[in-house]
Write a protein that binds this ligand. Structure first.
Ligand code: HGY
Ligand code: MN
Ligand code: MN
Ligand code: MN
Length: 396
């Protein structure tokens, strides 16, 4: 696969691959800046690389602002709507509110958070975690991408000053509420035959890195009895992940990324890195699942003559969106059902700091993190109109 910084069409599945600061993601940033500038919004970049397009009041006062937006980066081979739909809908909602001659008492901003998927540097919602201080600044600066570049280096190469990377109390203090519109990543709305929903909660979720370390050797000269093969240990551990997660109602555990080193067909690997994503509504169950997976991996490593390395990369508790704000959205969108989601979002990170809410738009396929992700044009328009109604009720 081309280097992580290459452009967007994924050769394997035809999906979209827009890691942060890849040429494909930068193209979308440029598009957003053009769209916002064309609307006389004043675009600013915060110290962490998030773009903020401000619809200022004549007074220029930004306290208690209504902020909306999402992200433009994607998972590898992802769909076209996860992230960009929220950003594009915010621009269209702005147009609709402009046409209604809305009398505003608050400033508004459309924000694009970087690295929401954590596809390049491994930590989801990196931009909103940095803004809120939910990730240690030094840990973030030293995160590495698959090519070994640090976030500090890539951020610097893209115009950021590492001295200003980290939590921004002043900017965070300007946010009165945050509302994120997002494609639904499930069939809830398709089953209910309704175009939009209001977010209820986000499942708690976390990411862990496991490494099986064995004995690299020659595939042809090493007898099976003489092997310490980390690929076998990893395979057994991943099978155990399925078994353990299935033993808990509603738990979800995924290993979607595995990297053997050195990765030669005729080479017994010396190590295998693999990453675990575990989610459940009850944070204690998540912890229990992870502990059992860790223990099983440790036993399997010993049985296979390997050693195990295990570390947590990120952890997000279950988040319930602000009842007052969601109630206001329900008034603006009276027929919209309330749906919980198993997907993480920047709104979930901000919810720990400012009243936050979400609006979901129907995805008839229910599939996401895949090129099959889909939204009908009519539903996209209804979503943008719903966002305009929700924002109007908050801005006036
Ligand atoms: O992983 C997630 O749930 C989100 O799409 N970042
Ligand atoms: Mn998303
Ligand atoms: Mn996503
Ligand atoms: Mn998100």
């Amino acid at each position: 696969m081309a280097g992580i910084a290459e452009t967007g069409q994924d050769q394997l599945r035809g999906g979209y691959s827009r890691p942060v600061y890849s040429s494909a993601e930068i193209d979308l940033r440029t598009w957003f800046i053009e769209q916002a500038t064309r609307r006389q919004l004043s675009v600013e970049e915060d110290g962490n690389g998030a773009l903020w397009a401000w619809w200022d009041l004549p007074t220029g006062i930004r306290t208690n602002a209504v902020v909306t937006g999402s992200h433009l980066d994607s998972v590898p081979g992802g769909g076209p709507f996860d992230g960009p739909l929220g950003v594009a809908s915010a621009l269209i909602a702005f147009d609709l509110m402009q046409s209604r001659n809305l009398v505003r008492t608050r400033a508004m901003a459309i924000v694009v958070f970087p690295e929401e998927e954590g596809s390049r540097f491994g930590v989801a919602c990196l931009g909103s975690r940095l803004l809120t201080g939910a990730i240690d600044r030094d840990k973030a600066l030293n995160l590495k991408d698959p090519d070994g570049n640090s976030f500090a280096d890539i951020a610097t190469r893209n115009g950021l000053d590492p001295r200003f990377i980290g939590s921004d109390r002043r900017l965070l203090g300007q946010i009165g509420v945050f509302v994120e519109l997002h494609v639904e990543q499930g069939l809830g709305l398709a089953d209910l035959d309704h175009p939009v929903a209001i977010g209820g909660s986000i499942l708690g979720h976390g990411r862990w890195k496991l490494s099986m370390l064995g004995q690299g050797n020659h595939a042809g000269t090493t007898l099976m009895s003489d092997r310490k093969d980390p690929m076998v240990a990893a395979a057994r551990s991943i099978a155990a992940v399925q078994h353990i997660a299935r033993s808990r109602d509603n738990a979800r555990a995924t290993v979607g990324r595995l990297q053997p080193v050195p990765g030669g067909t005729n080479v017994i690997a010396s190590r295998v890195d693999y990453w675990l994503d575990v989610r459940h509504p009850d944070d204690a169950v998540t912890a229990g699942v992870v502990q059992e997976i860790h223990e099983s991996a440790r036993i399997i490593a010993a049985e296979e003559g390997c050693t195990l390395e295990f570390s947590q990369e990120s952890l997000s508790p279950t988040v319930t969106f602000d009842a007052g704000l969601s109630g206001k959205l329900s008034l603006a969108l009276p027929k919209a059902p309330v749906l919980d989601t198993g997907a993480g979002h920047d709104a979930g990170v901000l919810a720990g700091h400012v009243p936050s809410a979400m609006i979901f738009v129907r995805n008839p396929n229910g599939v996401s993190h895949s090129p099959e992700e889909y939204v009908e044009d009519a539903d996209a328009e209804l979503g943008a109109a719903a966002l305009a109604d929700a924002l109007s009720s908050l801005l006036s």
